[in-house]
Design a protein around this ligand. Sequence first.
Ligand code: SF4
Length: 197
Amino acid sequence: MISHHSLDIKQNNLLYGPGKRAVLFTQGCGLKCPGCNNQHLWKREEGKPLYTRQITELCADSDIDGITLHGGEPTEQAEELLPAVKEIKDMGKNVILFTGRKVEQLATPAQRELADISDIVKYGPYIEAEQDLYLHFRGSKNQKVCINPKGALKNYEIQDGTNTVLLTVNEDGSITVNGMPDAEMYKLLEEYTQGNS
Ligand code: SF4
């Protein structure tokens, strides 16, 4: 059983990857980077249960291009995630993994296999002093993106230089913000929320 925060369909190339994707935010992260934007995802026990079948059924939809594993720290649940990820790869779909670990910190066979099987991996912790809000897939300059040269996304292009935020208006009228807004984007968000209150 996987502990998770959310599993949704999202479409935003610069935040999650190409096409229409299942985006899984796992719950639980022991890395505790100072300044982390996702501190509500640190405690694994606060997550909701998720089963392999729920992930694969969502990804089986022909419209879905692949899955993006976000967190939290997905590699802390590598063993639990691997069966779903392998099945999704067998469907001919791609996998993108966001981990706060560096390559050399992947300690278990399951963690290494999860990274190996992924078509793109974003590696490394968030370091506040190296923050850069204009990087594709990354929040700080120390983080690295590795594209598997033999993978399904081998021709994927990293496009730095844009501050990207995804706004979702929920059924109850509340707004979910994904991404790390810069000052200009914050101002726009404030104006938008005031205009809708
Ligand atoms: S790895 Fe990600 S979720 Fe975990 S503390 Fe660092 S920034 Fe936050």
